[in-house]
Ligand binder design. Structure first.
Ligand SMILES: Cc1cc2nc3c(=O)[nH]c(=O)nc-3n(C[C@H](O)[C@H](O)[C@H](O)COP(=O)(O)O)c2cc1C
Length: 370
């Protein structure tokens, strides 16, 4: 059986339904919950998400499918919030353990096959630059989830009426942690270090309890936003996308937006698509993109900010703080680990999953079950 993941409304899908007869179909029933970054799909119920909703078994549905087709609204270069949500809830399709593929860190396979994946984007103004970003993103997603790009297409739609930032008054700086891990988040740790220089307000996305419109209203009034966020399946987490989409509906006053990305892998360059998505969102809203900071081995560096190993991340945050205080835009910066070799990071990370599984009564072998 083939698997279709789509974000069409029921009215949009009705005339297309016949061509997907007999497929396993994943559509937006309005109940999907965001991934909360707990890794339960790796260390509690291997291969299955712990959140009990209709999307809990996505990894197994992907595994069972002979191929996967994705139909998505083009959203800042990547998938729509719903489609991204489905992918964020699917990481159980790979193992927590790392390996090096073509000189880059990735996850080991849970299942033996390589899944053919086709992505159909639809949107407006999808010029060659935008298409190149989306192709690069699909390549990254497929490499990460042990898939194979079968095809990427673009359907041009009429341009919708769009609001842009206007002259409404703005003031102050909001530091926004886009992680749903709250106070434990690496994004939060990076913001706290940055905030030693800024003395601004830190807001956790998780504290809005899914009320993205309310949080968007708060951000609309800010003059400067610093978004710190984890990399999820090579892009922005779906909850961050939902918030950005809510702001895009009514961007409010002009502002400058900075982005800080962190990730589980070692190489900060894997964050480049995420930074491009934030830049693209800024363009769509009429905001100034202030620049990005990508912190490699973020899961380690963000927790070790007081130690010499995190020297590059700290230097990057210091430079970033100066730019924010001066109201300047800077080029994207990529900061990798200092004095901590990648091989040691792989060893330490791979070993760290075993006691976590053991706490849940799982052996190392059982973590590999599907
Ligand atoms: C659903 C999900 C997808 C992820 N995808 C990636 C990825 O594509 N690349 C990567 O290096 N790390 C990935 N990670 C790891 C996180 O980026 C990493 O754990 C990060 O440090 C979490 O930051 P936070 O504590 O601010 O939430 C993913 C984690 C989750 C939960």
């Amino acid at each position: 059986m083939k698997l279709l993941i789509h974000d069409y409304t029921p009215e949009e899908f009705a005339p297309l339904a016949a061509q997907y007869d007999g497929w396993d179909i994943v559509s937006d029933d309005g109940t999907i919950r965001p991934c909360i970054g707990c890794f339960g799909c790796w260390i509690k119920t291997p291969g299955q998400c712990v959140i009990p909703d209709a999307y809990q078994t996505m990894a197994r549905r992907i595994h069972a499918a002979e191929e996967v087709v994705v139909c998505t609204k083009w959203t800042y270069g990547g998938f729509s919030p719903f489609v991204k949500n489905v992918f964020d809830r699917s990481i159980g399709v790979v193992l927590p353990f790392f390996e090096i593929v073509d000189g880059e860190m990735h996850h080991q396979k849970r299942y033996p096959e390589v899944k053919p994946i086709t992505v159909h984007f639809r949107g407006s103004g999808l010029d060659s630059e935008k298409q190149a970003l989306s192709r690069r993103y699909v390549d990254a997603v497929c490499l990460n989830l042990q898939g194979m790009v079968k095809g990427v297409t673009f359907e041009e739609l009429p341009a919708p009426a769009r609001k842009q930032a206007d002259d409404r008054p703005v003031s102050g700086t909001v530091l926004l942690s886009g992680s749903l891990r709250g106070k434990a988040a690496n994004s939060r740790a990076l913001l706290e270090r940055l905030n030693r220089r800024l003395g601004a307000e830190i807001v956790d996305l998780v504290s809005c309890h899914g009320d993205y419109a309310a949080l968007a209203a708060r951000l609309r009034a800010a003059e400067t936003i610093v978004l710190a966020t984890p990399l999820y399946v090579d892009g922005l987490p779906s909850a961050v996308l939902r918030l950005l989409s809510a702001l895009e509906q009514d961007p409010g006053g002009k502002k400058r937006v900075y982005a800080i990305g962190n990730l589980g892998f070692y190489e900060s360059r894997q964050i480049q698509n995420l930074l491009a998505f934030v830049r693209s969102w800024c363009e769509q809203c009429g905001y100034v993109y202030g620049g990005g900071l990508a912190v490699g081995a973020g899961a380690m560096n963000a927790q070790l900010l007081k130690l010499p190993g995190a020297k590059n991340a700290v230097a990057g945050l210091e430079r970033f703080a100066s730019a924010i205080l001066d109201g300047r835009s800077v080029n994207d910066h990529y900061e990798d680990s200092f004095l901590f070799p990648r091989a040691a990071y792989v060893l330490a990370a791979n070993h760290s999953w075993i006691p976590k599984g053991k706490k849940n009564g799982l052996t190392k072998e059982e973590l590999r079950w599907g």
